[in-house]
Design a protein around this ligand. Structure first.
Ligand code: UD1
Length: 430
């Protein structure tokens, strides 16, 4: 199993190009099956989750042609199965986007129940409620979600919780239902808007994405399109906080600064300087970090997917910070690992009380999930001494070339897959 060997202590300095958003790419890839015509997708991140989804599509007969690392041409005219149940698909959360997409087009689908990061209970009741409101029969049997409808009919749906996944899934199904659908209390994340733009570019009629009321007029068919995915808000935010943690100076390029507002606001609060241009944000961490309070919230609030990264920064600040996790209840599992690096954090329920320490020290640590894994890499980059991060497959689910991008900013990080390699790395880096 590959690991990251990291020698900490170098401030990250330079420019880094941010890739396409994983969480936009996943529904967009799944939604490509909603037309018989060819769909061209650009700015697709080359990460494990998107590749698993593309493979799963090929297993049901969808033609997928890679054109370079970030482009794919998809044609779903010849689907030969409406059962998506491969070994890999069970491991990723986004498998459930096939329900909305295939139900919309074929009114019938069976998909393996979703896996994904273990960050808390990840209910799907709102997805099911939405599909049922559109007239589908939905049942869970033998590890599969089965959805079937003779006809999908527009409906007025109130989401009990703000859910990215449920909003996306219901939006897909409703875009080919007969009549009008209104989704209230919808998620407003940039990737919800990106999927709506993608579907509209295929002939759907979706209005209001990005607000909490989405209005959809169903259309009978969708056509092909040529679409570029938005930049990844969370990848950008991770590099921005990596600059803060390592006292560096990093410019994230190819970003939409508006999507990063809650992140830049917190970086300013903890004492970083920010320079924004049209499609780049520079973070300079010249002064000692200050403590603050943060609560994760649906967009435009501070993203739960950035909670471990900000905590890693706050744990090095002067003072006591409070971090409240309001989206997923199991998202502080990395704190034990961070404590082994010297952090002083007490978790009580969904709150972490973070007493800043002067430094981290290197250790052997385990990445418990995707974003926490990236945050622990950041801690190791700031730490005195060498660290070994295990279970990096989690990190590779969502970050393309993470170690190479960090290297280009001056980090001493390498992939190793044996104790011998790790020893060599330690000798080389002193
Ligand atoms: C997506 C993102 C994930 C991010 C999360 C919140 C993808 C592939 N993943 O996950 O990275 O952390 O949004 O921004 O885009 N809930 C219910 N019932 C449901 C659905 C959700 O109670 O039917 C609850 C969840 O338990 C959670 C909250 O709603 O507490 C938000 O979940 P949701 O927005 O659905 O997250 P995902 O779409 O799974």
């Amino acid at each position: 199993m590959e690991q990251y060997a990291i020698k900490g202590g170098n401030p990250l300095v330079g420019e880094v190009e941010i890739g396409g958003a994983k969480n936009a790419a996943l529904p967009i890839i799944a939604a490509s099956v909603m037309t018989d015509e060819t769909v061209h997708i650009d700015n697709m991140p080359d990460v494990r989750d998107t590749n698993v989804l593309l493979d799963a599509m090929q297993e049901i007969g969808v033609l997928v042609k890679r054109e370079g690392r970030h482009k794919a041409t998809i044609n779903a005219a010849q689907i030969n199965s409406l059962v998506v149940d491969g070994d890999n698909i069970r491991k990723i959360r986004a498998s459930y986007y096939f329900i909305g997409a295939l139900l919309a087009k074929y009114k019938n689908v069976e998909v393996a129940l979703p896996g994904g990061c273990d960050i808390g209970c990840r209910a799907i009741d709102q997805h099911i409620k939405g599909f049922r409101a559109l007239g589908a029969e939905v049942k869970i049997e033998y590890g599969l979600i089965k959805a079937h409808a003779t006809q999908l009919k527009g409906s007025h749906i109130y989401m009990d919780v703000v859910s990215v996944g449920a909003t996306i899934n219901v939006m897909m199904a409703a875009s080919m239902a007969e009549g009008k659908t209104i989704i209230e209390n919808a998620a407003k994340e940039p990737h919800v808007v990106d999927l709506a733009n993608f579907l509209n570019s295929m002939g759907a009629n979706i209005k209001g994405a990005g607000t909490d009321v989405i209005r959809i007029k169903g259309v009978p068919t969708l056509h092909g399109t040529d679409y570029a995915i938005i930049p990844d808000q969370i990848e950008a935010g991770t590099f921005m906080f990596a600059a803060a943690v390592t006292k560096g100076d990093v410019t994230v390029k190819n970003v939409i600064p508006k999507h990063l507002e809650s992140i830049t606001a917190k970086l300013l609060e903890i004492g970083c300087e920010i320079e924004e241009s049209d499609d780049a944000v520079r973070v300079v961490a010249a002064k000692p970090l200050k403590s603050t309070q943060v609560k994760t919230l649906p967009y435009p609030g501070f993203p739960t997917d950035m909670q471990p990264q900000i905590t890693v920064a706050l744990a090095l600040s002067g003072g006591t910070s409070i971090v409240t996790e309001s989206i997923f209840e199991n998202r502080f599992r990395y704190v034990d690992e961070l404590t082994r690096m010297g952090a002083n954090i007490k978790v009580e329920g969904n709150t972490a009380i973070v007493d800043g320490v002067e430094k981290y020290t290197g250790a052997r640590i385990n990445a418990p999930d995707l974003r926490a894994g990236a945050a622990l890499v950041m801690a190791a980059l700031a730490a005195e001494g060498t660290s070994l991060i295990e279970s990096i497959h989690y990190i590779e689910r969502g970050y393309e070339d993470f170690h190479l991008k960090l290297q280009s900013l001056g980090a001493q990080i390498e992939k190793v897959d044996s104790e011998r390699d790790y020893k060599k790395f330690k000798l080389k880096t002193g």
